[in-house]
Design a protein around this ligand. Structure first.
Ligand code: 4AD
Ligand code: MG
Length: 477
């Protein structure tokens, strides 16, 4: 007997065939209709049991959450809501789920409640849809780069450098924290640590990716990155996945073109491959928005929004232009911003980014040429001596989704910058070598994968688009 997935049963022509299916019970109505799901699609298969032909004790075990094996004939459905159903001839319970204690009952659970049950929340329609979209997005990412001549580069997870210079690193050490070896001056002696030096979990694979781009031409990383920022927001994780392409001979414009094309492509990929899940998520979002005040509702339904982004050009604006817009904006004049914009050089907060994208331009925005003082050491200095070839891509509802730049390829300028910022040349000797041997213009960017998943699914909190979120005070599971 052939075993099928629900997706196959619903999409292939298997009418009147004997089929076997394994899955979990979503609901069991009237002692007759089992809605079974196996994760292959958002849709369930209806399995119809003739209760008189089955043992009463067996049917008592058919509760929401129980794992079943069902055999039967696939027939046209008599009822509304589905085209086909299984007339059940055989039923085995793999494992029961006690309705008194199984937390995922067929009713609406809050996302907060489900976060506490992250090992079971994937059994809800919402999380199954999100995670299928997440999986498709990651395939779309690889497909895009593989089809465009990039090599996948695996950046190290443990590193000695702080790429972003923000000092938000998780330390990696095997020293006894209660009794570490100390130097003559009473400092912890990391020479005796596992690697013989201080190490941390990577905040970005960029610096290492640059070494490979300077030989393979075009590379990308797609791996976990770690930041010990103590920011408890709906956009930050302590462990998140980042996609970082790095390209030799690309200047900032090439970099922006690539980033825009890349994002549009992966969004088109999910539009083409995840219609059922997107429709479900769109409806979920519409229901959720009904409970919100009008002003906070998004203007477009999910699928329309994804199409809009994939079909329209992103607006490109310099930091200086953006500051002018913000300085003269209503919320700034009316003192509505938590961080008022008074002068050139101010770092943009998420409230400013969202104003630009959601209220002013009403489309994704690429801001570029930022003040050197608010950006990382490796970005290429412009002729004006005060801005760098940085670019951030800002998305509606998300804020910053991409951060990137053209890299400083001139040895003397880079050394000067490092010394001004107190970055030890000896620690980055290998990074400086790239500027000594065959240096060239090159660029890259980092896209926070979970922020992309947030956008694609219409979810509001980053904790709901990664299986097991790591945030301050939370590393359960
Ligand atoms: O802007 P960031 O810090 O850039 C870099 O790390 C560069 N080295 C990238 C490069 O040029 N190769 O981070 C890039 C993106 C952000 O735009 C954001 O989408 C995401 O990573 N990100 C986070 N996502 C979730 N949680 C956090 N704590 C994040 N921090 C950054
Ligand atoms: Mg950034």
């Amino acid at each position: 007997m052939n075993s099928y997935s629900v997706k196959e049963l619903l999409s292939e022509n298997l009418l009147l065939q004997e089929v076997t299916i394994n899955g979990w019970v979503k609901t069991f109505r009237s002692n007759r209709f089992i809605a079974l799901n196996d994760g292959s699609t958002i849709h369930n298969i209806q399995c119809v049991v003739d209760f008189e032909s089955f043992d009463e004790e067996l049917l008592k075990q058919v509760n929401t959450g129980a794992a079943l094996k069902i055999t039967g004939t696939l027939v046209e459905s008599q009822g509304k809501g589905q085209k086909v159903e299984i007339q059940v001839s055989g039923l085995t319970v793999h494992g029961e789920a006690d309705p008194e204690t199984y937390p995922i009952q067929p009713k609406k659970h809050s996302l907060e409640f489900l976060r506490e049950k992250a090992h079971l929340r994937i059994r809800t329609n919402t999380f199954a849809a999100i995670m299928r979209v997440r999986s498709a997005l990651s395939f779309g990412v690889h497909q895009y780069f593989q089809q465009n001549g990039f090599n996948y580069f695996h950046a190290p997870i443990i590193t000695g450098s702080d790429a972003e210079g923000a000092g938000e690193m998780f330390k990696v050490s095997t020293l006894d924290s209660k009794n570490p070896p100390v130097t003559e001056d009473g400092e912890v002696n990391f020479k005796e640590d596992f690697f013989g030096k201080e190490t941390n979990l990577t905040v970005s694979g960029q610096l290492e990716a640059e070494t490979y781009a300077m030989a393979l031409g075009k590379v990308y990383t797609f791996g976990p990155t770690f930041r010990a920022e103590n920011s408890n927001t709906s956009r930050h994780l302590a462990e998140f996945w980042m996609i970082e392409p790095e390209m030799a001979f690309f200047d900032l414009n090439d970099n922006m073109d690539l980033a825009e094309d890349f994002i549009k492509n992966v969004i088109t990929y999910v539009l083409d491959n995840c219609q059922d899940d997107l429709q479900f998520l769109e409806k979920r979002l519409l229901d959720e928005e009904k409970t919100k005040p009008q002003a906070e509702r998004s203007e477009m339904p999910l699928i329309e929004k994804l199409k809009f982004v994939s079909e329209n050009s992103f607006k490109r604006v310099t930091y200086t232009e953006a500051i002018d817009i913000l300085r003269n904006s209503k919320p700034n004049k009316k003192k509505k911003f938590k961080y008022p914009i008074n002068e050139w050089g101010a770092d943009l907060q998420s409230e400013h980014e969202r104003f630009l994208v959601e209220k002013h331009f009403k489309c994704p925005v690429i801001l570029f040429d930022y003040p050197a003082t608010i950006k990382a050491f490796y970005m290429r200095l412009n002729e004006d001596g005060k801005t760098v070839r940085a670019m951030d891509i800002l998305f509606p509802g998300i804020g910053e989704i991409v951060g990137g730049s053209q890299r400083e390829e001139r040895l003397d300028v880079l050394k000067e910058k490092m010394s001004a910022l107190g970055i030890d040349e000896e620690e980055l000797w290998w990074y400086l070598d790239l500027r000594k041997f065959g240096s060239a213009v090159h660029s890259g960017f980092g896209l926070g994968f979970e922020r992309l998943v947030l956008f694609a699914t219409g979810m509001g909190n980053i904790r709901d688009v990664i299986p097991f979120p790591r945030t301050p005070q939370n590393a359960e599971f």
